[in-house]
Design a binder for this molecule. Structure first.
Ligand code: 15L
Length: 266
């Protein structure tokens, strides 16, 4: 019998997409979020409101689960003090629960872990997951920390984890940057499904991006989970390619997150 799946951040934008898509796929879902769940619960799914800082609640929620899809926490740039609780301490509770259950963690990391890499030119290569972290703020820093926590829990405790470096996951791309980093909702659901079903993943890092010809990103560990994105941002090019940001945002992969609070002068 397949073990239940715990999904944190279930009431967030991606959490709601995953809840619907994974329930349609027949997974046994245990959902949690610090906010109430805004939609009708799919049949068989259960929801419990909980704070990521409540380690006891997370241990209980994870009991018997085979996979923890960790999509909870702060999902945008915020002052450091607001990031620490959900994104640093919360992540520790997730990994401790996974260690106890021998569960796999699928972590919603972000392009902001590498957001201060400059956008590729025709001559430069694409970014590889082995390239160094270059977080573009406290939020991106928390995502780099999350990936490294996965590295440590695999090396030390054998807790398997897949870290999804998600670009921009929306119904459709909104600007020129997203022609490179857009992830469609169906590709996200297929990605999560592959992460759950893969035989063995160890510590893996995968770019969460659709099959966009303008992608900034190259090599990753997707062959371990057997995922191939099927959608592309290209059909939206004419609609959005003229939508640009300020010069600092346009220089870096992290866009406006990199430009937020930027004070470097040279
Ligand atoms: C993220 O990590 C955010 O969660 C999302 O809201 C988007 O803004 C995305 O990055 C992005 O880079 O556009």
């Amino acid at each position: 019998m397949n073990k239940p799946i715990l999904l944190t951040g279930a009431a967030g934008n991606l959490g709601r997409v995953l809840t619907k898509g994974l329930a349609e796929h027949g997974f046994d879902l245990r959902l949690t979020d610090v906010r109430p769940f805004p939609d009708t619960l799919p049949s068989g799914a259960v929801f419990e409101q909980a704070d990521l800082e409540d380690g006891v609640a997370l241990l209980r929620l994870a009991e018997g689960c085979g996979t923890i899809l960790h999509f909870g926490g702060v999902s945008t740039e915020r002052p450091f003090e607001q990031i620490i609780g959900p994104n640093l301490r919360g992540l520790f509770h997730i990994y401790e629960a996974a260690r106890r259950e021998r569960a796999r963690v699928v972590f919603a990391s972000s392009n902001h872990a590498i957001g201060f890499h400059e956008r590729p030119t025709e001559d430069s290569g694409l970014l590889d997951v082995a390239d160094p972290f270059r977080p573009d703020g406290y939020y991106g820093l928390s995502k780099a920390y999350g990936e490294l926590m996965g590295r440590m829990y695999w090396d030390k405790h054998g807790v398997e984890n897949v870290n999804l470096r998600i670009g921009a996951c929306y119904a459709r791309p909104a600007d020129r940057r997203q022609l490179s980093i857009w992830l469609s909702f169906p590709d996200l659901v297929r990605l999560a499904t592959c992460c759950i079903e893969a035989e063995r993943v160890a510590h893996a890092v995968v770019w969460g991006v659709s099959q966009n010809p303008a992608s900034y990103w190259g090599n990753d560990h997707r062959e371990r989970i057997g995922w191939e994105p099927q959608d592309s941002a290209e059909p939206f090019r004419a609609e959005v390619q003229h939508i640009l940001d300020d010069a600092v945002s346009e220089r870096y992969q992290g866009g406006t997150f990199a430009a937020a609070g930027y004070s470097r002068t040279e």
